[in-house]
Write a new protein. Structure first.
Length: 230
């Protein structure tokens, strides 16, 4: 499934969804989605921002060309409420963790968080340094060039430190982890944050059970039932 298909079906669980996307780039996903209101945050949009703002089709969109850290310290960013938040910014554990924690504060009751790129396709794609990843691709004469960074480490953090949220990872694509505020049974935390920050690609491959991989149809059904109880 394409990322926008997953996000749209989650948005459709809400009568008038409010949507936030961190890391918009060319706006391919953002502009395809239907929602009552949409907010886009990127340090530099890779499209004509003035044209996008003037397009009547984007009348329900707000654009913030700044870092996500800056956005979440603004009154507008700090005080907003969203039903669905999609995190696809800088693909590093450190920054995505910051985005996730910030986003949890602006998540409306019954809302959903989506973290992109949690399952790197190769060792090169898992490197947190984009330049190093590109040089590795070139050195191995591989044209793939995919980069997910070390966002996979975030799922280990969620598993151990965010037990007030349930989560599952979509099996049909490159790895989108969905979180919803439904407490899980407390478990003994076996990993320190320092340990999580040092996990490698092999740990993500060998520790797939931590991702709670589920077909999207199963996740969607669980969320629809959970939403009905809110």
């Amino acid at each position: 499934m394409e990322r926008f298909e997953v996000i749209q079906r989650l948005l459709d669980l809400f009568p008038a969804p409010r949507y936030l996307e961190i890391g918009v780039d060319q706006g391919v996903t953002f502009h395809k989605l239907r929602a009552a209101s949409k907010a886009a945050v990127d340090v530099r949009f890779a499209f004509d921002l003035d044209a996008a703002r003037q397009d009547p089709a984007n009348a329900n969109c707000a654009y913030f060309e700044m870092t996500s850290d800056q956005y979440f310290t603004m009154d507008q960013g700090r005080d907003a409420q969203f039903d669905v938040v999609f995190l696809d910014g800088l693909h590093t554990f450190d920054q995505t963790l910051r985005d996730l924690l910030h986003s949890s504060y602006v998540l409306a009751p019954g809302g959903l968080l989506i973290v992109d790129d949690v399952m790197p396709s190769t060792y090169a794609a898992s490197l947190p340094d984009l330049d190093l990843s590109r040089r590795f691709w070139q050195a191995t004469n591989n044209p793939d060039g995919s980069w997910m960074g070390d966002v996979y480490r975030l799922v280990f953090f969620i598993a151990d430190y965010m037990t007030s949220f349930s989560y599952a990872t979509v099996t049909e694509n490159h790895g989108q982890t969905i979180l919803w505020r439904d407490a899980r049974a407390a478990t003994a935390m076996s990993r320190k944050v320092e340990t999580i920050a040092r996990l490698e690609y092999v740990d993500a491959v060998m520790g797939r059970e931590i991702f709670n991989l589920q077909p999207f149809a199963v996740i969607e059904s669980v969320l629809a039932e959970w939403r009905g109880r809110q």
